[in-house]
Design a protein around this ligand. Structure first.
Ligand code: PGA
Length: 251
């Protein structure tokens, strides 16, 4: 049985003060079982949010990291630094990192390998653009990105990998993929994991959907057989909407 994950990606939002208040509200009210709840604050809030969450059920993710262990990489942080501050997960390959910061598939793969080697669990984001969907290239794009991301990732490491399917056209746009569209791609990803690794790995790996997930559409998404939770941007920024998502994932 796959325990669903509801992960909130705060992106470049919240100060230490508002972020810790949000984290406290989430921690105090999130379901204690049946769902894994994760929040991803900004780098500068990570340590304070970890302090607030340390005794509770909610885990902390970083939004990005560098692939190297240390060195002259101005402005960046390593997997070890994130673990040191109390992170358990790291979001890698988010479409905003790919598009705005021009992160390549190869770079993202190096980060995934580095995160796993350090003991951080990557939440690996993949997904097609609107042009790719309209050109009927969704399958090709998803397969390509998945295989590129997992190059060199060993079967025994897959227990620590979470995949997030995030169609770019649905992120922050208010447009959600229909449950059928999302399920179709999730089934494809699971099938690919079966080919790349094994049927057991395919069945055990958690596949999140992301892109304008909110309390009003979570139920029909989470009801799909291959959707094991959500990676949430906008609706993770307030306690009420995020908590509603965590409760929906349990039911
Ligand atoms: P959104 O963002 O929920 O605001 O669409 C999702 C994401 O970028 O992970």
């Amino acid at each position: 049985m796959r325990v669903p994950i509801i992960a909130g990606n705060w992106k470049m939002n919240h100060t230490v003060e508002t972020g810790t208040a949000l984290a406290r509200a989430v921690s105090d009210n999130a379901p204690r079982s049946g769902v894994e709840v994760v929040v991803a604050p900004s780098l500068v809030s990570l340590a304070s949010v970890v302090d607030v969450l340390v005794a509770g059920p909610v885990h902390v993710a970083a939004q990005n990291m560098h692939w190297a262990d240390n060195g002259a990489y101005t402005g960046d942080v390593s997997a070890e630094m994130l673990l040191d501050v109390g992170c358990r997960y790291v979001i890698l390959g988010h479409s905003e990192r790919r598009q705005i910061f021009l992160e390549s598939d190869e770079l993202i793969n190096r980060k995934i390998i580095s995160a796993l080697a350090a003991g951080l669990k990557p939440i690996v984001c993949i997904g097609e653009s609107l042009e790719e969907r309209e050109a009927a290239h969704t399958r090709l794009k998803v397969i390509f990105q998945l295989r590129a991301a997992l190059t060199g990732v060993l079967r025994e490491d897959m227990a620590n990998v979470v995949i997030a399917y995030e169609p770019i056209w649905a992120i922050g746009t208010g447009k959600t993929a229909s449950p059928e569209q999302a399920q179709e791609v999730h089934a494809l990803i699971r099938e690919q994991l079966g080919e790349l690794y094994s049927a057991e790995v395919a069945q055990a790996t958690r596949l999140l959907y992301g892109g304008s997930v909110k309390p009003s559409n979570i139920d029909e998404l989470i009801a799909q057989p291959d959707i094991d939770g959500a990676l949430v941007g906008g609706a993770s920024l307030t306690a009420d909407s995020f908590l509603a998502l965590t409760r929906a994932a349990v039911a």
